[in-house]
Design a protein around this ligand. Structure first.
Ligand SMILES: CC(C)(COP(=O)(O)OP(=O)(O)OC[C@H]1O[C@@H](n2cnc3c(N)ncnc32)[C@H](O)[C@@H]1OP(=O)(O)O)[C@@H](O)C(=O)NCCC(=O)NCCS
Length: 171
């Protein structure tokens, strides 16, 4: 069976109810206790990087990023949440959203993108494990799942220490 065509477009304010429903279905109320959520709490979403994927008029998926500082250094983003509706899983929607998100991030001059996720999935986009202890989040994270992609070659060298969300999202 061929994969459906996903239409990607920037997130809009009116998408919020559908996005909330998707988050509830995928992560449930437990999402508020996850460590990446603690970074995002009180930080500004990098709005111009928020992209939604649609199949007809149905929301299939969404990606967001938060501007972060790592130690003293800005210019980095935390990827997440990335959400694909169960009905659309494995049909290329995640790939389309990640590729689009990383393209936009590169265009705005982002040096490093960090995330907490499965290496077997994210390595295809260039994400690698962060050396243990180099970057810390405000809560427990399995070190096997703390991943980063350098959008500027060698960028990881410049990033060490605790992650904090940027208030103005402009990083
Ligand atoms: C994980 C997720 C983002 C993948 O998106 P998707 O649109 O289903 O994935 P794609 O269609 O782009 O890619 C499918 C491929 O990835 C593989 N894949 C999917 N999830 C994977 C995982 N966790 N580990 C390894 N491979 C995975 C599939 O087996 C498939 O492989 P193939 O290309 O060899 O057939 C999506 O399933 C999802 O939203 N899951 C729940 C929420 C989540 O975990 N979010 C990430 C943390 S914020």
């Amino acid at each position: 069976m061929t994969n459906p065509e996903f239409t990607l477009r920037p997130e809009r304010a009116e998408d919020e109810p559908a996005l909330r429903e998707l988050a509830e279905a995928i992560f449930g109320p437990g999402r508020f206790a996850r460590t990446p959520y603690r970074v995002r709490e009180g930080a500004a979403v990098a709005g111009e990087l928020s992209v939604t994927a649609w199949c007809g008029d149905e929301l299939a998926g969404s990606i967001r990023f938060t501007a972060i500082r790592i130690g003293a250094a800005g210019g980095a983003l935390l990827l997440g949440p990335l959400m694909i509706g169960a009905k659309w899983a494995g049909k290329g929607c995640g790939r389309a959203l990640i590729e689009q998100g990383l393209t936009l991030a590169r265009e705005r001059g982002t040096a490093l993108v960090l995330l907490v996720g499965d290496v077997p999935y994210y390595e295809r986009f260039g994400f690698r494990r962060v050396p243990p202890g180099r970057i810390t989040l405000p809560g427990p994270v399995d070190p096997e799942r703390l991943l980063a992609v350098e959008l500027k070659p060698g960028a990881l060298r410049d990033y060490e220490g605790p992650v904090q969300g940027e208030q103005d999202g402009s990083s």
